[in-house]
Write a protein that binds this ligand. Sequence first.
Ligand SMILES: Cc1ncc(COP(=O)(O)O)c(C=O)c1O
Length: 405
Amino acid sequence: MITATLEAGSALTHLQCTACGREHDAERLQNLCPDCGKVLFARYDLERAARTLTREAVATRPRGMWRWRELLPVREARNVVSLGEGDTPLMAVPRLGARARLKRLLLKDEGTNPTGSFKARGISAAVSRALELGARDVALPTAGNAGGALAAYAARAGLGAHVYMPVDAPELNRKEAAVYGAEVVLVRGLINDCGAWVRRRAGEEGWYDLSTFKEPYRAEGKKTMGLELVEQLGWEVPDVIVYPTGGGTGLVGIWKALEELEQLGWIDSRRPRMIAVQTEGCAPIVRAFQQGLDHAPAVQGARTSISGLRVPAAVADFLMLALIRRSGGTAVTVTDEEALAGMREIASTEGVFPAPEGGAVWAGIKALVASGAIGRDDRVVLMNTGTGLKYGELVSVELPVVERL
Ligand SMILES: Cc1ncc(COP(=O)(O)O)c(C=O)c1O
């Protein structure tokens, strides 16, 4: 199916450093900028892309994120490693919205992706490109969901996968990565400690390091959330996008999508207010935003049970802070309890069992409506980044038991 539809091809031209602006070769495996050590972005020939990427083509191609192939980095159709990621539902959630007296609340449900989270998008793009450029083994540090996704996509690609996650990552994240056949190592520490292990072992073994933003293509897969969102809204942007922020690939990817859509002439210069939600126990981006900083100092002693948000230091901190400010957005914290209550509220009002990170977003939205930062008429998108089904240990229910009649 994908072979038949990929002849249009990627319009990728080169990589460009987001800090020093220097250009780098996209035809070999790269990590951070070789000159200044910052994040590299994929750049495309958008004029060329527009020859085959039309709104009509996007509407009629088979569903999934590879519909946007001109804006994705893979050259040869045979290298696309897909499990059916993307094209997740964007649904009106009026019962939930009514709880905050919001008239136009929408939920984008990334929990319907393969492996149950938005991580599938980034990993599909990154594993495909790593395969195309000759990697044999791939590795990453993860809060949990990216490890499951990497293990699944590497299995499908026939690559070796090496996953380092905190020893207290959700049980199902640990198990799924192992079941997909990855080497899974549990680290007594946080995701940055896992990152140090990956750096060391990748250097020793020659594995390709797919750490968030140390590799240019995961953000490209995440970008497709933004492309889809705008298409689903009839080529309009919403007023507000609220996103649970850890490493920030989603936030940065969606913003990049909007910039590329504007360059293609498909949207104008209006932007949604981009809002980051973190938890009280680990909020480097919120604190840096509040203090007017361009970079976020690492959080010491990060503590939160919302595993995807337990990221004490993010490589793309400066990109997140810049885009939140440019968009007129903001950044807020919620408590773990509010996030977990939010999870139940979404599930019981709308029938979507969200990841705790989605629950955190809902708690954040309620606080922002209360403070006036979100208006009741705003069209607001709640990004639910994953399914709640993997988080049994965070959900406790008391159920009556009766004897047999
Ligand atoms: C369900 C979920 N939501 C959100 C995040 C944070 O995402 P990002 O790194 O894009 O900020 C993660 C990361 O592990 C996650 O698993």
